[in-house]
Design a protein around this ligand. Structure first.
Ligand code: PEP
Length: 269
């Protein structure tokens, strides 16, 4: 059974005061997190240490929004995997569509970063997803397939299960547009099929998150899809009530059903 992961991507929002206030508000609303759900926040680099200190007695995990692929060296302005681990991060977002679009990150670079992250036991959350034009041209499966295969290429099964995939249709990010639960499930099942062709049974253990305008009002319908194993949340993660609302939806769904992927009947789990 896969455990839900609810991850907040704070992007370039908030300094020290914002981080402290938002984390306090989350902890006040949600003092205890169910063991059935992993909860992660990804603040900016400069707020990571503070967030880690503030969350040291909490079950909420902290991750980074990016990292450099090299171990160390003359890369002005960059941050390495070992620095993130030393700071206390357990996850790192890689290949977010904003990084692909604004910082020209391509599949080869995302793959290199992913391999560096894994070599430091930092769990990568690799983002894949099509542009609106690609969906309109009916190329969305082809695009997501090639991003997914590129990210996982060269990994063995043991490494693959440590990777989390976030399917984020670019047309749904920060737009208020959401993929319908059926569109999300269709793509998540497709990604799992690709992964099972590469890694066999191990693909059942790989979590696939949905990202794109998830909020408390649509979280139930999205998270109840069999292959949707959590959410990567931008805008709604900046508001404690909304973020906790999504976490509580995941908790309620884990208790009522558990996650069973579409390729399995409940008896096989
Ligand atoms: C994101 O940027 O990863 C994201 C999903 O943003 P939003 O929830 O605001 O669409």
């Amino acid at each position: 059974m896969r455990k839900f992961l609810i991850a907040g991507n704070w992007k370039m929002n908030g300094g020290a005061e914002f981080t402290s206030d938002l984390l306090s508000a989350i902890k006040t609303r949600k003092a205890v997190i169910s063991e059935d759900v992993d909860v992660l926040v990804c603040p900016t680099f400069v707020s990571l240490s503070m967030a880690i200190d503030q969350l040291h007695e909490s079950d909420i995990l902290v991750g980074a929004q990016n990292m450099h692929e090299a171990e160390k060296g003359a890369y002005t302005g960059e941050v390495s995997a070992s620095m993130l681990v030393e700071a206390g991060c357990s996850y790192v977002l890689l290949g977010h569509s904003e990084r692909r679009a604004y910082f020209h990150e391509d599949d080869a670079l995302v793959r290199e970063k992913l391999q560096t992250a894994l070599s430091h036991d930092l769990a990568p959350i690799v983002c894949v997803g099509e542009l609106l034009v690609q969906r309109k041209e009916n190329r969305h499966f082809e695009v997501v397939k090639s991003q997914t295969l590129a990210a996982f290429s060269g990994l063995n099964e043991e490494q693959a299960v440590q990777v989390v995939v976030a399917y984020e249709p670019v047309w749904a990010i920060g737009t208020g547009e959401t993929a319908s639960p059926e569109q999300a499930q269709e793509m998540h099942a497709f990604i799992r099929t690709i992964l099972s062709e590469q890694f066999g049974e191990a693909a059942r253990a790989i979590r696939i998150l949905y990202g794109g305008s998830m909020k408390p009002t649509n979280a139930h319908d999205l998270l109840s899809q069999p292959d949707v194993d959590g959410g990567l949340i931008g805008g709604a993660s900046l508001d404690a009530e909304s973020f906790v609302g999504i976490v509580e939806t995941a908790e309620a769904l884990s208790i009522s059903a558990g996650k069973v992927d579409s390729q399995l009947s409940p008896e096989e789990e």
